[in-house]
Design a protein around this ligand. Structure first.
Ligand code: F6R
Length: 242
């Protein structure tokens, strides 16, 4: 694992955007695995800035997002499709028909997940997967569990995740209880993985991810077994490392 230390959120975002830019420049038709949440917002802002300066071209890029709430439509401001449109896709020249998010409106989990795995397979594989880290060590919506889930699947969100995400909803009751997420196996197949981590509330999860035993109780710990992982973390997130 390559650990890249950043001063703060802004510095982390610039460093992560640099890595994504390098990928897009080196392989203009690359497949980017993307994430939502607060961690990558600054990275997306930086990419938009460089795109506006004429330094980046997303015309041939394809993107595949990690997850989506089950039951939310793309027009719902809390859906991850809406997040991606407003925080990135609407501001760059990516072809939206080549941007993929699990279909939150598909009520049949088996169908939704099989279709998504097929999209990943047909893409030829993810070149660079961007990840945030949950306070309980989750990646995507792969929550602490007794076993690592391999492929895209439907999950029941844990109390910790519902609590962390309720800030985006009017009330805790509005937070969907289920989501479709790429599995650990789907994530581990990406050729490169980039994790952005900021803030003291992630320090325990980050330490467990990097130094702890590899266990499905800390889903991100599996990343220790991937041969091309870069973690860009700020000082607060790294504060529990010795
Ligand atoms: C988002 C995702 C989640 C988040 C994680 C961290 O697509 O899959 O795993 O990356 O919950 O969220 P933030 O960045 O909001 O702290």
């Amino acid at each position: 694992m390559n650990i890249c230390k950043a001063k703060n959120y802004q510095d982390m975002s610039r460093k992560a955007a640099n890595i994504i830019s390098a990928q897009v420049i080196m392989k203009p038709h690359c497949v980017l695995g993307l994430a939502t949440g607060s961690s990558p917002i600054g990275t997306y802002k930086q990419l938009i800035e460089w795109y506006n300066k004429g330094d980046l071209d997303f015309a041939r890029v394809m993107s595949i997002n990690l997850d989506e709430y089950k039951g939310l439509s793309p027009e719902n401001p809390q859906s991850y499709r809406y997040f991606m449109n407003t925080n990135l896709f609407d501001h760059i020249n990516i072809d939206k028909a080549r941007t993929f998010v699990p279909n939150g409106l598909e009520p049949d989990p088996e169908k939704a997940c099989a279709e998504y795995e097929e999209i990943i397979r047909k893409s030829g594989g993810i070149d660079l997967q961007l990840l945030g880290l949950g306070r309980n060590g989750h990646i995507g919506f792969n929550e602490p569990a007794d076993a690592f889930a391999r492929e895209t699947h439907c999950v029941n969100l844990t109390e910790s995740t519902i609590d962390a995400n309720k800030r985006f909803f009017e009330s805790e009751d509005d937070v969907p209880r289920q989501a479709y997420t790429m599995g650990i196996g789907s994530i581990m197949k990406a050729r490169k993985i980039l994790v952005v981590v900021s803030g003291e509330d992630k320090a325990d999860a980050l330490k467990a991810t990097i130094c702890g035993p590899i266990t499905p109780q800390v889903p991100a710990s599996i990343l220790q077994l991937h041969n091309d992982v870069t973690i860009v973390a700020d000082e607060a997130a790294l504060s529990k490392m010795d």
